[in-house]
Design a protein around this ligand. Structure first.
Ligand code: ATP
Ligand code: MG
Length: 242
C-alpha cells in the first residue's frame, strides 16, 4: 500500500523568458520500501525530494498521503550549525517544534547512540570526521521520528570504506525496525549503491525529469556486490542511465 502517491508532479523555476522546467510529470507510489532515485546531475532529484517533504511546492499535480506523515531529511549539503554541539544540533528540529528542552535532549541522545556516536554529544561538528558528521545528520533526521526518511546523496562525500559501513548501518537500522521509519527515499548518482540498498530504482531522464524506468531489485539482503546476480542488475540499470 502506498504511503505517498505522487501524481503527475510538474515543477519549473524562474519566470518570463527564463523559465526552467525541472520536473515533467512525475507519477510514483511510495510504499513501505527503499526507493533509490537515480538521475543525471541537475535533472531535478533534490527538487523532487523537497516536494515530497512538502518544503517546496509543485506547480501542478497532486500528492496524496496516508494520514499525517512525518518526514526526516538528510540534506545534500552540510547543514550542521558549527556553534551548536552535536546533541544540540540533533535536538534542534524538536526544539523548533516546541518540544521541551529536556525531552528533546533525551531523544537526541537516543538517536546519537543509535548511529554509534555515544560519548560525542558535547563535541562540535568541526571536531568530528566527515563520516561522524554524516552520522549526526542522520540522527537529526531520525529524531523527529519520521515515517519516511529522505536522503539526498548521503554517502557521496565520504571515503569508500566509511560510505560502505554507513550504508550497511542504515540498512540494519531500517530492516531491524528499531525506528519509526517505514520508507526510505534516497537520491544517488551511484548505480552500485542503488542496487546494494534499494527495493526499487527510479531512473530519471535529464532535465526536465521524467521517469524513464523503474527497476525492481529482488536480490535477498545482505547483497553481495561480487555476485553474478548483483552485476546483472547493475548492467540492467546502466542500460537506462544516460
Ligand atoms: N530554488 C531554485 N531556484 C531556481 N532554480 C532552481 C532552484 N532549485 C533548483 N533549481 C534548478 O533546478 C534544476 C534542478 O536542480 P536540483 O537541485 O533538483 O538537481 P539535482 O538533480 O539534485 O542535481 P545534483 O545531482 O547536481 O544534485 C537545476 O537546474 C537548478 O538550477
Ligand atoms: Mg541534488
Amino acid at each position: 500500500m502506498a504511503l505517498v502517491s505522487l501524481i503527475n508532479i510538474v515543477k519549473s523555476f524562474g519566470e518570463g523568458g527564463k523559465v526552467l522546467r525541472v520536473l515533467d510529470g512525475i507519477t510514483l507510489d511510495i510504499g513501505e520500501e527503499f526507493i533509490a532515485i537515480l538521475g543525471p546531475s541537475g535533472c531535478g532529484k533534490s527538487t523532487l525530494l523537497r516536494i515530497i517533504a512538502g518544503v517546496e511546492k509543485a506547480d501542478s499535480g497532486e500528492i496524496k498521503t496516508v494520514g499525517n506523515l512525518v518526514y526526516g531529511f538528510v540534506f545534500q549539503s552540510p547543514t550542521l550549525l558549527p556553534w551548536l554541539t552535536v546533541v544540540d544540533n540533533v535536538a534542534l528540529p524538536l526544539i523548533a517544534k516546541g518540544v521541551d528542552k529536556k525531552v528533546a535532549r533525551e531523544k537526541a541522545l537516543k538517536y546519537l547512540s543509535l548511529v554509534g556516536l555515544n560519548g560525542f554529544e558535547d563535541f562540535y561538528p568541526q571536531e568530528l570526521s566527515g563520516g561522524m558528521r554524516q552520522r549526526v545528520n542522520i540522527a537529526r533526521a531520525l529524531v523527529v521520528e519520521p515515517t519516511i526518511l529522505l536522503m539526498d546523496e548521503p554517502f557521496s562525500q565520504l571515503d569508500p570504506l566509511t560510505a560502505e559501513a554507513l550504508r550497511a548501518e542504515i540498512l540494519d537500522i531500517w530492516l531491524s525496525g528499531v525506528t519509526t521509519v517505514k520508507s526510505i527515499v534516497m537520491v544517488t548518482h551511484n548505480v552500485e549503491e542503488a542496487v546494494l540498498m534499494a527495493d526499487r530504482i527510479v531512473i530519471l531522464t535529464p532535465r526536465p525529469a521524467k521517469i524513464t524506468k523503474i527497476i525492481e531489485v529482488k536480490l535477498p539482503r545482505p547483497r553481495d556486490r561480487r555476485s553474478k546476480s548483483f552485476q546483472d542488475v547493475v548492467d540492467q540499470v546502466y542500460e537506462y542511465v544516460s
